[in-house]
Write a protein that binds this ligand. Structure first.
Ligand code: BGC
Length: 360
């Protein structure tokens, strides 16, 4: 059963699995009768499939649990997200669930929210420099990078192969707290091979500032890859591997390489198991993605909210990693999974995350 993507495609609501998720949350906590309490959900953008799924899953799960929901997307414009949240505060929501566009832009509006005793959950992306965030629900973001780095090491057999292999590095938006965790996780695995000389970054671009991608935008990544190819690979040399943090960026990089005449793609990583990228994996255009089950993240978030509004302590499994500059935010972190052509069927199709016909 795949409620998420069916909703994405048809916009229908109320499917059984979401109801199951919601009622499971409700019964576990012995409450969950939202009784008209209001939840404001602020998502970053509809340009990426995952946030549409997150928004739909959250909205439906909260509604099933009896909450009234306002869901807003802000097209990756941080100021618009601040305004959207201000409106929700004005509507006297009881809870805010926020996937921040700019992790440092929300202190003002969250102070207002706290003034009204609104519970604030940082969803997927930590919100920085404010005391006014209560909990964080996400995945193990360092591990996302570890999985990408490890995939590269294994795909090139770096333990045994002499190399050298040419690698180029891409990271996400600097306004997203996850960006650093993803890159640090991957770099910890890859850097020793760069030091050893088995991996060579011909562009020399290795700092987060140099490799970041504004708004996680695939077109921005494509343009940067175009520049790298024309400036550093104009001598007949080839790129063997690209560390890419997110599927939309991976596809931008593939477009650039195709434009430059590559018929066989380098090893290219990704994240989110977007349908288009799983298709690329099957076609051999992208090597892997990191799957994060957004259904589980929505269920975890609903659990947290139900507990808090019932006056209970929500379950967390990390009270050390996520210091937001003001305090360590208690977190519940889920496990990401590495997916390639060998296990996509089992992990993303058999689990119902993507329907087989979407990949046809
Ligand atoms: C999320 C990733 C996503 C990226 C771009 C990050 O904060 O954790 O899953 O690929 O944003 O939307």
């Amino acid at each position: 059963m795949n409620v998420n993507r069916r909703h994405l495609m048809t916009g229908t609501i109320g499917a059984a699995a979401v109801a199951m998720v919601a009622s499971a949350c409700a019964s576990e906590d012995g409450g969950g009768d939202g009784s008209g309490k209001k939840v404001g959900i602020a998502m970053p953008t509809k340009t990426s499939e995952r946030w549409i799924l997150d928004g739909n899953n959250l909205k439906e799960s909260f509604e099933e649990a009896g909450y009234e929901v306002t869901l807003q997307y802000s097209n990756d414009v941080a100021a618009d997200q601040v305004s959207a949240i201000e409106t929700m505060v004005g509507q006297n929501v009881n809870v805010l669930v926020i996937a921040a566009i700019d992790n440092k832009s929300l202190s003002g509006v969250l102070a207002q929210a706290k003034g009204q005793d609104i519970t604030v959950i940082a969803y997927d992306r930590l919100i920085l420099d404010t005391p006014d965030v209560d909990y964080y629900a996400s995945f193990d973001n360092t591990k996302v990078g570890t999985l990408q780095g490890t995939y590269i090491v294994e795909a090139l057999d770096l333990a045994n192969a002499a190399g050298p292999f040419n690698i180029e590095l891409f990271a996400g938006a600097l306004t997203d707290n996850n960006t650093k965790y993803f890159f640090d996780g991957a770099w910890a695995v890859l850097e020793p091979y760069v030091t050893e000389g088995k991996l060579v970054v011909k562009s020399g671009q290795t700092t987060l500032e140099q490799i970041a991608t504004e708004n996680w935008d695939g077109a921005v990544a494509q343009e940067r890859m175009d520049n790298i190819l024309s400036n550093f690979y104009n001598d007949g040399s080839k790129v063997d591997v690209v560390l890419a943090p997110y599927d939309g960026i991976s596809r931008g990089i593939v477009a650039s390489l195709q434009g430059a005449g590559y018929t066989t793609m380098p090893v290219i990583t990704g994240q989110d198991a977007e349908v288009e990228s799983v298709k690329y994996i099957i076609e051999g255009l992208q090597s892997m993605t990191v799957y994060k089950d957004t259904r589980e993240l929505a269920a975890t978030t609903v659990d947290m909210v139900v507990a808090v509004l019932d006056g209970k302590e929500p379950e967390v499994n990390d009270t050390e990693t996520y210091d937001n500059g003001n305090k360590v935010v208690p977190a519940y972190l889920l496990e990401p999974v590495s997916v390639d052509v060998n296990n996509y069927q089992e992990v993303v199709v058999d689990s119902g995350y993507i329907e087989a016909e979407e990949l046809a």
